[in-house]
Design a protein around this ligand. Sequence first.
Ligand code: FPP
Length: 287
Amino acid sequence: MKMLEALAPGDRDRELALTLDPARIPAHIAIIMDGNGRWAKRRGLPRVAGHKFGVATVRSVVEDCANLGVKALTLYAFSAENWKRPRAEVDMLWRLLRFYLRHELQDLQRNNIRLQSSGHVEALPERAYEELRAVERATARNQGMRLNLAINYSARIDIVDAVNAVLDEARISGRLADLVVDEKTIARRLSTADLPEPDLLIRTSGEMRVSNFLLWEIAYAELYVTNTLWPDFNRTELLRAILDFQKRERRFGGLSDAPRNEAPLAPEPMTDIDGEELEIAGIGVSS
Ligand code: FPP
């Protein structure tokens, strides 16, 4: 684990990192970065100061995830609903995004991180859009961690877009009348189609909501909610979240010892089952 190389013996994060099972680092971590406004308010600062400090947290979490061997990190940077915020705050968020992109490009390249995005980014102010696309292009060949920024993102819209893409393709190829849709048909057209499904969804600042984030993709994600506000979400907090994740028993709707990809068994036909047998069959059925 690359993170260990950078931490001195005795460092409390090193001790925490040593308790992690390197074979069970979540492949994809998704984060709802919440609490910037409250963080600022508690310090008597304007809300935008919280976002500014939030960018510093973004920078450290990205580097820490890459050093832990996380394959993909999706950050909820701006929801499709966030346009309802005061104009000055929205404008500051775009300025911060541009600041981040400009200052981070070198570090992204050094860490072999590929930056991509989910959401209707074409609706961003032109300069923010152009700079985002430029960093996406510049890092497109990087083979390390994928950093996916969800910007002007709505999970419902992403699903609707996927369905419309399926319909359009069927219309163009003249196969609309025979169209049959299954889960893979939709999943392949989501903006996250090239990423593994999130294993761990972290939300800071204590709110117990998923706020229209990756609704399809988090079907089997482990949820971790911390009261820590985003600007305070440091490396120790990240390591604690992953440690908590590693203590969970992931069953994907099956039984604890069933491998994830085992093909589900077809249900037994309901013939010749009397009351007694049903009772026996009921024992051990997973919920
Ligand atoms: C939620 O806190 C945070 C946001 C809506 C924006 C998150 C943006 C950043 C961390 C900075 C820019 C991001 C990148 C990737 C450069 P809130 O304002 O809703 O906090 P509150 O609930 O306490 O009011």
